[in-house]
Design a protein around this ligand. Structure first.
Ligand SMILES: *Cc1c(COP(=O)(O)O)cnc(C)c1O
Length: 385
């Protein structure tokens, strides 16, 4: 087959004229940091998820930092999370002073089985952090039951899961804390940004304080009409607020989230059709419970050749790809600090050495998917260069 002329990237944000206009309008308005557009984006998240509270932050990583802090998690504590997640999750747990305790993930779905999480809960466990991997929701009910038995909160890493649903209810609306990301690769973006949803009003209030210096009221209320310039701080906070310039993009993206995710699902279906039966390529398995997948990533496992060689061959076809993610228990600092090692988590290690994320973004055409599938068929067949 002929090599395409233009490079097909792994991902590209779906930014249109509406987003550009919304940013311009924020810039012209005279208020560019956290203000009415952030409030609007938070309201949209409450509407989408059914969560009573949504707190916008500068990234999902910042959100996780603040949630761990607000829940008082730190030295001497353990937090159970899958090893197969972005390093951000393990980093924040380690930086809080707690010990990350890693669960294995299923080779097919790349999700941690609830039993795997439950059996790692000890009297020192202070939270459980399931990950909705690639947009497939984790099995929240049994995970929540295990956490309830231990009396600890569930903090959902929902960075991949805006618009995902578990048993008919949106991710973020299950009464837990959930953390979303708006990094450019994610299903909706604000450049950088994140959102924490939760059901606990006291926690939401602490997060609002911690994201902005610990100051009681939002700046735009202080500096707005009828505002008072005084403030006081009981506990010092960070500087993790989202700006209105960013939120302006997010507000438009949220209006389009169902359409953007539908497009991802159509393309994922094409991939599944185009790659079924291709020897040496294992396809993502569907979780065995009612769910809605937001198809953040389309990840295959390459079994018949070396993964790096496969990346190299894809590049020859002018196709980008990703590796999401190296298992956290094998990161150098984790091995050195927490004594984890190869062989600890066989199923996620087997997946981890084979996973490849294929291009998937709403602006892709069906023909792009067909091209990638045809390229993969040639590559695994050892075909023409
Ligand atoms: C992207 C990502 C994060 C971090 O999101 P940021 O907004 O970039 O901080 C956390 N967890 C997972 C699983 C991610 O993929």
């Amino acid at each position: 087959m002929d090599r395409r002329e233009d490079f097909l990237p792994l991902s590209r944000p779906a930014i249109g004229n509406e987003e550009i206009e919304a940013v311009a309008s924020s810039l012209r308005s005279g208020w560019i940091t956290s203000g009415p557009r952030v409030v609007e984006l938070e309201r949209q998240f409450c509407d989408l998820t059914g969560a009573p509270h949504a707190v916008a932050v500068s990234s999902a990583t910042a959100g996780l930092h603040l949630v761990l802090l607000a829940l008082g998690i730190g030295k001497g504590d353990e937090v159970v999370t899958p090893s197969l997640t972005f390093a951000s999750t393990a980093n924040q747990i380690a930086l809080s002073g707690a010990v990350p305790v890693f669960a294995d993930s299923d080779y097919g779905t790349l999700l941690a089985h609830p039993e795997e999480i439950a059996r790692r809960i000890t009297p020192r466990t202070r939270a459980v952090v399931p990950v909705h991997f690639a947009g497939a929701p984790a099995d929240l009910d049994p995970i929540r039951e295990a956490a309830d038995r231990a009396g600890v909160p569930v903090i959902e890493d929902a960075a991949h899961a805006v618009g995902s649903a578990y048993r008919g209810k949106a991710v973020g609306g299950h009464g837990n804390v959930a953390i979303f990301s708006f990094h450019p690769i994610k299903n909706i973006t604000t450049g950088e940004g994140g959102m924490v949803t939760c059901g606990d009003e006291g926690l939401a209030r602490r997060l609002r304080l911690l994201r902005f210096h610990g100051i009681e009221r939002d700046a735009w209320r202080r500096y707005g009409e009828g505002g008072s310039p005084h403030y006081d701080i009981q506990d010092p906070g960070y500087k993790y607020n989202l700006t209105d310039i960013q939120a302006a993009i997010g507000v438009v993206q949220m209006r389009r989230v169902a359409e953007l995710n539908d497009r991802r699902a159509q393309l994922a279906t094409r991939y599944l059709e185009g790659l079924t039966g291709v020897p040496g390529v294992d396809l993502p398995a569907s979780p065995p419970y009612p769910h809605h997948h937001s198809w953040h990533l389309f990840i295959v496992k390459v079994t018949s050749m070396d993964r790096d060689a496969f990346f190299g061959r894809l590049a020859e076809y002018n196709v980008g790809a990703g590796f999401h993610f190296p298992p956290c228990h094998l990161l150098r600092f984790v091995r050195e600090r927490f004594g984890t090692k190869e062989g600890d988590l066989p199923s996620c290690e087997r997946a981890g050495s084979r996973i490849v994320s294929l291009p998937l973004f709403p602006g892709m055409r069906e023909a792009d998917v067909e091209y990638v599938c045809a390229a993969i068929r040639e590559i695994v067949a050892g075909g023409a260069r």
